[in-house]
Design a protein around this ligand. Structure first.
Ligand SMILES: Nc1ncnc2c1ncn2[C@@H]1O[C@H](COP(=O)(O)OP(=O)(O)OP(=O)(O)O)[C@@H](O)[C@H]1O
Ligand SMILES: [Mg+2]
Length: 264
């Protein structure tokens, strides 16, 4: 479903701010894979997701989504293949619009984006069913303005919007990191349901090693712009946080540097 081959990306090349962010990333993602992505600060996790989304051109390597080479495509030309949710609950939804209006805009993605004809009964029915999956009671508040929702509710709604038209790949960049632990747990549960229901191919960055172990069928660890661990199947099920910390220091020769991961 997604294949990254030898991806390199250096920011500000030739200046004192030069930074090699991706240094030969190889990753083959199968259809239906739910991959959690961990790694220390600055390891290149967000940069890898940005490369997939086409935020800027990569320096070297190729990116295929669902058999199509998208390496040279700008972000807006691959946006219809990708769903994204970021850390900030304030982005991704329109605060002054109603829940159902936000969903309608997302649903008409790729089509003419207008609400001039209103939202049809059939659409409302679909939105209600989708909102029920989240189990946050939003299906009974479909005409509430999104600005009235909590951060967690907004993140869950953003997730729904990103997946309402099934994307080839769903990219989640620490989408629960700005939420309190209880709310984060709820949004993660909702994420799990949405991903399972549509068998979405997903890459989820998290700072929380426990979450990375609990969720998904596969876990990768990044360090210094490369994938240094790729664990799946039974091996993943039996992982512990201690294993991961140990594997990290063995593979990278360093201590895992992320307080959030250790405290999480
Ligand atoms: N647009 C940019 N311009 C310059 N440098 C960048 C840019 N984006 C990322 N970098 C640098 O590339 C490196 C990798 O950053 P990236 O954001 O991918 O790390 P990360 O693994 O997501 O870390 P974190 O856990 O802190 O989010 C870092 O050194 C970062 O400062
Ligand atoms: Mg990041």
């Amino acid at each position: 479903m997604l294949e990254l081959k030898n991806i390199h990306k250096t920011f500000n090349p030739g200046t004192i701010n030069e930074k090699v962010a991706l240094n030969g990333v190889d990753l083959k993602v199968e259809e239906g894979d739910f991959i959690t992505v961990i790694g220390g600060n600055g390891a290149g996790k967000s940069t890898m997701l940005n490369a997939v989304a086409g935020v800027w051109p990569v320096d070297e390597g190729s990116i295929e989504i669902d058999g199509n080479d998208v390496t040279g495509l700008p972000d807006y030309k691959r946006a219809n293949l990708i769903g994204r949710v970021f850390q900030d609950p304030m982005t991704g939804t329109a605060a002054t619009m109603e829940i159902e209006e936000n969903l309608a805009l997302a649903y008409r993605r790729g089509k003419k984006r207008t609400l001039r004809w209103g939202i049809t009964h059939k659409e409302k029915q679909l939105f209600r069913e989708k909102l029920e999956i989240l189990q946050l009671g939003l299906e009974d508040r479909m005409t509430a303005k999104v600005g009235l929702l909590s951060g967690g509710q907004r993140q869950a709604l953003t997730l729904l919007m990103a997946t309402l038209v099934k994307p080839k790949i769903l990219l989640l960049d620490e989408h629960t990191a700005a939420l309190d632990p209880k709310t984060a747990e709820k949004v993660l549960t909702a994420t799990e349901k949405v991903v399972q229901k549509d068998n979405l191919t997903t890459l989820m960055i998290t700072h929380n090693m426990k979450d990375a172990i609990t969720h998904g069928n596969r876990l990768i660890m990044m360090n210094e712009g490369r994938v240094i661990l790729d664990i799946k199947g039974e091996e993943k099920k039996n992982l512990t946080v201690e294993d991961l910390l140990h594997q990290f220091s063995v593979t990278s020769g360093e201590e895992f540097a992320s307080d959030k991961a250790l405290l999480g």
